[in-house]
Ligand binder design. Structure first.
Ligand code: EPZ
Length: 431
């Protein structure tokens, strides 16, 4: 398993370009299942999850072609889908495979998708996805670790979902995306209340609309979808990754550097920028797609609570915790989205951070001089938090299991080295 070796203490200076959003590219590729026409998805980050998604689509008999490997543009065409199944072998490596459920139900009225199961940060149930599809006329059973879903044909209509009035008990990003895709080809209108408002959801709506879907309410928590008979192909360029951008904002701040972050959408980072300002970080919006971040001598402790968009993103919590270890005073971090998303705290404590965790609340006291040691990555964003801690720690930090970070950050070692970080990937053959 590869590791990252970081020699901390270097201020990062220069410019970094943000890649496409993994969490936008995943639903965009799944949406290609909704039509027999060709769909081109551009600006896809070269990270493992998207390779897994392309394998999954190919498993379902979609034709997936790329101009180069690794790819940033995917051409997908699913003229017929003989294999409406997402097998465990693929789903276990990428929970977002659940995003094929909605399109398969919409296109074929039948689907067999492995239950994603939990991960390090929580149980990650998909009950809300299933309940919503049942409201749309799907019959769903779970057996032997699989979701078996089908819509009984009703005469001439064949197997077609029906529009419904759905109110999500709690906000779910991929749940909203699954129902958006399912409702796009359903009979009649679907009203979806308490929908997620993440920019990745809005990006999917933009793509579906280009395919002929009739959707309104983007950016609000109530979406209305009028089903159509067919959707046609399109080309779609996914939005920049706001979490990667936020991670680099923290990298510039925590190392006391001066970074320009290009290809990002500042408007998607409102809550993160406001919080970093409160912590004393100098951030300038240079233009609509460029943000400049400069570190200051004194970072100030500031409390943060993770919330659904437009609140402070849970996917930025570990990165913020790393920064908080360097801030004067206490920062109370409350994680409201996932039940077990403080795994990075214990690793940062081994580096010398002063953190006390109690349930969904962590209190970070600083500033603490971190010192390099060997640490374990546990999930995608925890790994990012450990990289940031390593960048500011004295001495060498060796991060193990960096396959976690390779799922969601394109070329993070190269991007960090290009702005002065002393970081390298250590290949550990065989293990
Ligand atoms: C998406 O996951 C993202 N993944 C996650 O990013 C992100 O952390 C999360 O949204 C929250 O923003 C993708 O978009 C591929 P949820 P998702 O459904 O959709 C509970 C990353 O780092 N819930 O919004 O799976 C759930 O347990 C990943 O890129 C149910 O109870 O998250 C959680 O507590 C990590 N039942 C909360 O809702 C359901 O049916 C929010 O989950 C669905 C969700």
């Amino acid at each position: 398993m590869d590791k990252f070796l970081i020699n901390g203490g270097k201020a990062l200076r220069g410019a970094v370009a943000v890649s496409g959003a993994k969490n936008s590219a995943l639903p965009a590729m799944a949406a290609a299942l909704l039509t027999a026409d060709k769909v081109v998805v551009r600006n896809v980050p070269k990270v493992r999850d998207l390779v897994t998604m392309s394998k999954l689509l190919a498993f379902m008999d979609a034709k997936v072609s790329v101009a180069a490997v690794p790819a940033s543009d995917y051409e997908i065409q699913a003229p017929k889908l003989n294999h409406a199944e997402a097998p465990y072998e693929l789903v276990k490596t990428m929970r977002a495979s659940i995003l094929t459920l909605g399109p398969l139900m919409a296109r074929l009225g039948i689907a067999r998708v492995s239950l994603p199961g939990g991960c390090a940060i929580g149980a990650r149930p998909v009950d809300l996805h299933l309940k919503a599809l049942e409201q749309m006329g799907a019959e769903i059973a779970t057996s032997r670790g699989y979701i078996e879903a089908k819509v009984h044909g009703n005469g001439s209509q064949g197997r077609r979902l029906k529009g419904a009035h759905i109110v999500f008990e709690r906000i779910t990003v991929t749940g909203t995306e699954n129902i958006l895709m399912a409702a796009s080809l359903a009979e009649g209108e679907t009203v979806l209340e308490n929908a997620a408002r993440e920019p990745e959801v809005t990006d999917l709506i933009a793509m579906l609309r280009k395919m002929g879907a009739q959707i309104c309410g983007d950016g609000t928590s109530t979406l209305r979808i009028r089903g159509v008979k067919e959707l046609h192909g399109t080309e779609h360029t996914v939005i920049p990754d706001r979490i990667e951008a936020g991670t680099f904002l923290v990298a510039g701040a925590i190392t006391g550097g001066d970074l320009k972050i290009h290809n990002c959408i500042a408007a998607h980072l409102g809550a993160v920028i406001a919080k970093l300002h409160q912590a004393g970080v100098q951030i300038d919006i240079v233009d609509a797609t460029t943000i400049r971040v400069r570190g200051t001598e004194k970072l100030l402790g500031a409390d943060v609570t993770t919330e659904e968009y437009p609140g402070f993103a849970t996917d930025m919590q570990a990165q913020y915790m790393a920064l908080a270890t360097q801030a004067e005073g206490a920062s109370v971090i409350t994680e409201t989205i996932f039940e077990n998303r403080f795994l990075h705290a214990s690793e940062m404590m081994r580096m010398g951070a002063n953190i006390s965790v109690e349930g969904r609340r962590a209190v970070v006291r600083g500033p603490a001089q971190l010192s390099g040691t060997t640490v374990q990555a546990s999930d995608l964003r925890a790994s990012a938090g450990l990289v940031l801690a390593g960048l500011v720690a004295s001495g060498e930090t060796l991060i193990d299991r960096v396959y976690h970070i390779d799922r969601g950050y394109e070329g993070i070692v190269e991007k960090l080295r290009a702005v002065g970080a002393d970081i390298e990937r250590v290949h550990a053959p065989g293990t």
